[in-house]
Design a protein around this ligand. Structure first.
Ligand code: UDP
Length: 486
């Protein structure tokens, strides 16, 4: 039909790897199916994904994707340099982060109005923590979809807890409360599930949380990095509760080009090659992979307990220690000593691992995870059982999902988030050892978890194949948002 124009999605991701990586993967997927995609962000965000996007756009079979960066004047806005770089969960820091990203609205809108390549944008896809994108979409006169790199289960739990006022009158933040409106009994505390960005102890925060909730409620739909077949009732319930369509498109990591994405993280290539070479020499299913994602930084004490627990478990392990250079001499010496003692059986990676590739390596048999949604979904996609060790945000709900809904996890039993609590939370070596043994060991329960994990992986793979739910949803997005005026 010559009167129809191609879909042109403008992606407005959050500059935080757990949000950015899946958003870029989704843009590449939509482009694969014929949409034009423009990704906008700050220079620091662009630096993290420039390589991936440019590589996808290059050459004969290049995809119609591009990345535009907008330098911002932080000083003029009273913000510190680097305010758009979020890799910390710290309220004072985070409020500046949101302010910095909101500065993007005016220049992005101006640029797209004046220089939008044909076709003119047809849809804005914004991270849920970029509420200002609702004004961008309105300014461009196009609909807006929220992008969630979260499970339908966790967003439904949060939504129901708020909608039914489940914590009203509950003084104790650690008192157990049953999540209303679910098909099963899931118990959480307010400390574990305070609501999206609620309960952050600075005054400006409530207003920002309200703004985010408004933008979320007024979106024209949701794109979610999950698999419908993995949680059909929760996808349907969330869509019904919000009264909006939910397009599930996951697992987008199956299209992940992590080596490229992460080249900007320094010695990523060297790390990647070393990890994979080491795994090649291990027995199938024998290695437990240990990583806490892109934000969590274990305390020095926790580092030691975790390391000793892994050592005591007797299982081979590949442990990624993020930002290892930030530890003091004692902690670094501990890591050196551990590496020496377990040489052959364990590998400590200081930096960044090609996680998606590592998880799909046949030598890997389990994953100790902080339950970031990407990591959780990547574990499912690789058919791996998990040891669950949540720290904050949606991670406690993802843990419930892995352990109680999907039946693929063993918890280390952390009950309080590590953010905003004054006291230090340390999981002891014996607990780590036991959890690793039960996930990696023999026995009926362990086998059962592995069997369920493999079953889920098959569903995840089927979803992205021709005819699968995620594949069909991508096609539907391209079609639906490509029918604008000629
Ligand atoms: N990741 C990686 N290598 C690492 C650590 C993390 O590739 O060494 C990737 C991981 O595959 C996932 C993302 O970074 O896609 C982390 O996202 P997640 O939601 O799990 O956690 P967050 O970083 O947001 O806490």
């Amino acid at each position: 039909d010559g009167t129809k124009q191609a879909a042109h999605f403008v992606f407005v991701p959050l500059n935080e790897l757990g949000h950015l990586i899946p958003a870029v993967d989704t843009a590449l997927l939509l482009a694969t199916h014929g949409a034009v995609c423009t990704i906008v962000g700050t220079p620091s965000m662009a630096a993290r994904v420039r390589h991936t996007v440019d590589a996808a756009a290059a050459g004969h079979s290049g995809l119609p994707v591009r990345l535009i960066e907008f330098p911002l004047d932080y000083a003029a806005a009273g913000l510190p340099e680097g305010a758009d770089d979020a890799d910390r969960i710290d309220p004072a820091y985070m409020i500046n982060f949101y302010r910095a990203l909101a500065l993007l609205r005016a220049p992005v809108e101006r640029h797209l109005r004046e220089h939008a390549p044909p076709p003119y944008p047809t849809c804005v896809v914004s991270d849920i923590f970029n509420p200002w994108a609702s004004e961008l979409a309105a300014g461009l006169g196009v609909p807006r979809l929220s992008f969630f790199s979260m499970s339908a289960f966790s967003v439904l739990c949060q939504h129901n807890l708020e909608r039914f006022g489940a914590f009203a009158g509950v003084e104790d933040a650690n008192a157990p409360v049953v999540v209303p409106g679910l098909d099963r009994k899931i118990v959480v505390t307010r400390a574990q599930a305070p609501g999206f960005l609620r309960g952050i102890p600075i005054p400006e925060w409530e207003a920002l949380a309200d703004y985010i909730e408004r933008a979320r409620a007024e979106a024209d739909g949701v794109i979610m990095n999950t698999v419908t077949e993995m949680e059909p009732e929760y996808v349907a319930s969330y869509a019904a509760a919000r009264g909006m369509k939910v397009w599930t498109v996951g697992p987008v990591s199956l299209h992940h080009q992590d080596a490229a994405t992460l080249a900007s993280r320094g010695n990523a290539d060297a790390d990647a090659a070393a990890c994979l070479r080491w795994l090649d020499g291990r027995d199938p299913g024998s290695v437990v992979y240990v990583s806490f994602g892109s934000i969590v930084q274990a305390s020095p004490k926790q580092l030691v307990e975790l390391g000793l627990g892994l050592e005591a478990s007797g299982h081979p392990f590949l442990w990624v220690v993020r930002n290892a250079g930030a530890y003091d001499a004692e902690a670094r010496a501990f890591l050196d000593g551990l590496q020496e003692r377990v040489s052959g059986r364990g590998l400590v990676v200081r930096g960044w691992a090609p996680q998606v590739t590592v998880l799909s390596h046949p030598a890997v048999g389990g994953f100790v995870t902080h339950c970031g949604w990407n990591s959780t979904l990547e574990a499912v996609t690789a058919g791996l059982p998990v040891v669950t060790w949540p720290h904050f945000t949606d991670q406690f709900l993802n843990e419930r999902m892995a352990v109680e809904v999907l039946g693929i996890g063993v918890s280390v039993g952390v009950t309080e988030p590590i953010t905003f609590v004054a006291k230090e939370i340390v999981v002891r070596r014996g607990v780590v050892e036991q959890a690793v043994r039960s996930v990696m060991g023999a026995g009926e329960e362990a086998e059962e978890r592995r069997r369920r994990a493999r079953e889920l992986a098959a569903k995840a793979r089927a979803a992205v194949q021709e005819g699968g739910s995620s594949h069909a949803n991508l096609l539907d997005l391209v079609k639906r948002f490509g029918t604008g005026a000629a």
